[in-house]
Design a protein around this ligand. Structure first.
Ligand SMILES: Nc1ncnc2c1ncn2[C@@H]1O[C@H](COP(=O)(O)OP(=O)(O)OP(=O)(O)O)[C@@H](O)[C@H]1O
Length: 376
């Protein structure tokens, strides 16, 4: 792709959702969704299958209307109980999971398709500019069946961006690409989106993808917003246990609050805001643990499984019971840089390793109801 500045600045692409709800029969697909999209921001709508992501895209696009709530584009009300602006009048670009290229049109004609009302000269210039920006000028005369998956994705992106939409909606845009191609196409797509400063909502169920591409993530769970924040913020400081687990691997150690601390087999951790007697868990990622020899004071553990992940080894360990702690069934995961895996830890038979947990990387989540005394 070449770096050519767009000839005209994109219009303000901001989107505002206020209290959006939608049901189908007994299914509450979306419940009270509110967030804004800043100009040029790339936001990932992330969530498990069936959580309501596609429904929200359809409502924003205007293919369906919400039961309650308001949708504004660049400050203009486009959807509420009394207003409905038609999809084609919303100035939104849509990129489908399967790209939906028109098979009987050439690449150039596919890209030109949305340029309704443009003169022939303007259309020709814009198509040429978009093909160039997407790095597909050489494919202009080909038809969709003559394109690879990565090329089809670029054509679909160029077609969606050609009319200078105020907002771009992308439904699982990288899921049809094989693993090798995905990272490259993703990087090229982001570069083009940043260059054009078009606000974009990307739907994905893949946390790694959301962490890699988003300026901000909105995590949806059963039709509600579970969490919203930057990738680093949500990963490093997850507001809920569900968020922590959805975004990456980790272990939750159960315990109970005593004197303001959560007491677990791997130590005590300050638990501000939780009442004594409350059951809670200490959640941590594999990288929060480190290994030491069993006689160096770490918590005793046994290696159960080792997976080679390329840059690191992931060990699964079982905590051992000690004189005063019953750890039956508690397993933890630990990542070691491959280069540091020595003979001892590489052997799956090794018993009696010591585990240390970085207290700064521990997140405390309540796991049960508040104790009775705390409610009154
Ligand atoms: N037209 C419809 N009629 C009935 N139920 C629907 C309809 N569209 C969506 N639903 C239901 O609404 C809920 C949300 O569906 P939606 O397709 O928005 O989820 P999603 O997060 O996009 O899932 P996926 O990642 O699998 O595409 C689901 O329970 C789904 O079965």
């Amino acid at each position: 792709m070449t770096d050519i500045a767009p000839s005209k600045p994109a219009p303000n692409p901001s989107l505002s959702l206020q209290g959006i709800s939608r049901h189908y029969g007994d299914v509450q697909a979306l419940n009270d969704i509110s967030f804004d999209l800043a100009e040029g921001e790339i936001l990932c709508l992330l969530g498990a299958s069936g959580c309501g992501k596609s429904t929200l895209l359809r409502l924003i696009a205007g293919i369906e209307d919400p039961d309650r709530g308001e949708i504004r584009l660049a400050g203009q009300l486009v959807s509420d109980q009394s207003a409905h602006v038609e999809p084609e009048a919303r100035g939104i670009g849509f990129m489908f999971q399967d790209y939906a290229l028109f098979p009987h049109l050439s690449v150039a004609d596919n890209v030109a398709f949305g340029l309704k009302g443009w003169s022939r000269a303007e259309t020709r210039a814009r198509v040429s500019e978009m093909l160039d920006m997407a790095g597909i000028s050489a494919l202009a005369d080909r038809f969709p069946h003559m394109l690879s998956g990565g090329e089809s994705q670029r054509v679909a992106l160029a077609r969606a961006l050609a009319p200078r939409p105020g907002l771009l909606l992308m439904d699982e845009p990288f899921s049809n690409l094989d693993q090798g191609l995905r990272a490259t196409v993703r990087a090229e797509t982001l570069s083009l989106l940043h260059q054009m400063r078009v606000g974009t909502i990307i739907v994905t169920h893949d946390p790694q993808e959301a962490l890699a591409v988003a300026d901000r993530i909105v995590l949806i769970r059963d039709g509600r917003i579970e969490a919203m924040g930057t990738p680093r913020g949500l990963y490093n400081d997850p507001p809920t246990a569900y968020t922590a687990r959805f975004l990456g691997p980790g272990t939750g150690l159960p315990g109970r609050i005593q004197n303001g601390n959560l007491v677990t087999p791997l130590g005590q951790f300050a638990a501000p805001g939780l009442q004594d007697g409350q059951s809670a868990e200490a959640f941590f990622r594999p990288q929060a643990l480190s290994l030491c020899a069993a006689d160096q004071g770490g918590y005793p553990a046994r290696v159960l499984r080792r997976e080679f992940l390329g840059a690191q080894d992931r060990l699964t360990l079982a905590l051992e019971d000690t004189a005063d702690t019953d750890c039956s069934g508690i397993k933890v995961q630990l990542d070691l840089p491959a280069a540091s895996v020595d003979q001892a830890t590489a052997s799956q038979q090794v018993d009696h390793l010591g585990l240390r947990l970085d207290p700064a990387a521990v997140h405390i989540f309540a796991t049960g109801p508040q104790p009775e005394a705390a409610k009154s």
